[in-house]
Design a protein around this ligand. Sequence first.
Ligand code: SAH
Ligand code: AVI
Length: 375
Amino acid sequence: MPDPTTEPASPRSGIDPGARPGPGRALTPAIEVHLTDQDLRDALEADVYEGLTAPAKHLPPIYFYDDRGSRLFDEITRLPEYYPTRAERSILENHAKDIAARARATMLIELGAGTCDKSRVLLDALLAEGSLERFVPLDVSDSTLAAAAAALAREYPDVSIHPVVADFHRHLHLLPEGGTRLFAFLGGTIGNLDPEERWTFLADLRAAMAPQDRVLIGTDLVKDRSDLVHAYDDTAGVTAEFNRNVLRVLNRELRADFDPETFEHVALWNEEDSRIEMRLRSAVDQTVHIADLDLDVTFRSGEELLTEISSKFTPTGIEHELAAAGYGVVEAWRSDGDEFQLTLARPLGSHAPDRRPPDTGWHGNIGPEPEVAGP
Ligand code: SAH
Ligand code: AVI
């Protein structure tokens, strides 16, 4: 997201003219931009107006990730309570060779790549496999992406690094084509989508995939409620700051006058929908003015604003919903303590299904548990 307090490492609104493609390329890779500042601004205005005038107030999680929000998320991944990053990394470290052998990808495309920390494990394995030519990290956060791409270009001089600023809800059909592609959607970010968004995302991706392409999806698994809640309510208060950061984004981008300190961080387990919900609870009766929308928003003391869902899945549910969206599971791997799963899937049939199948939640317990490779 645009952040006037920091100078982006690369221009957002077009291809960096200083970058040179090909082996031995310049250290600042060209950035392909499908999400301009104006697009993001239009979406922000529409989402904030809709979400804050709804009877149950809500905001989409995409707006957490300005420069500060991306840094806070990076801090979260190192917290003792936040197990998903460590669990996913351990699966990658144990099985990246196997993933690379099965995918044989010439191009790795990572959706919601962030700092690309874990991508390196996949890049190393695909290089060792001898197939990799190009890495395409995609993210909405331009400054994080630019910094990650510059570092990767230095570390992997033989790989063409091609960063893309885009929205994975809208721009999957615009991704680079050709060769054999491995799409990676790591971190459990698919859990931040509600069931309908997930199905649309999977169907859009399926439509963009060629028969030889594969997708690797990271999903957090259902587990003990207290471990889940602690992961989203750490003692150092980093997740609380990450949660409140969305209010700072609204203050800066839309000239709102939220006082973030008057909103308490809430992380609760919604058993019925199998998801953690992050909310911000107003500690007082208050009215917030959003100047750029010419909007006053009233909060009663105790009223909550839903800022993020983080769905937790079962292996069976994952397989079932992938099948419903036109994918077959190639193989799935779980972390030692069964906290997290990585699933490698391939497109089935000649094209994706064109309408939503009834009632397919990823957390549904339908049918027997599938075979999962051990750690
Ligand atoms: N994949 C990394 C980062 C996860 S954090 C990991 O596993 O650690 C989620 C990332 O998705 C952030 O970098 C955020 O900027 C990005 N993101 C969120 N919504 C997005 C969207 N709609 N389109 C593209 N990127 C998005
Ligand atoms: C990016 N995403 C998978 C994180 C999650 O766990 O849902 C975002 C996050 N929110 C709070 N902590 C981490």
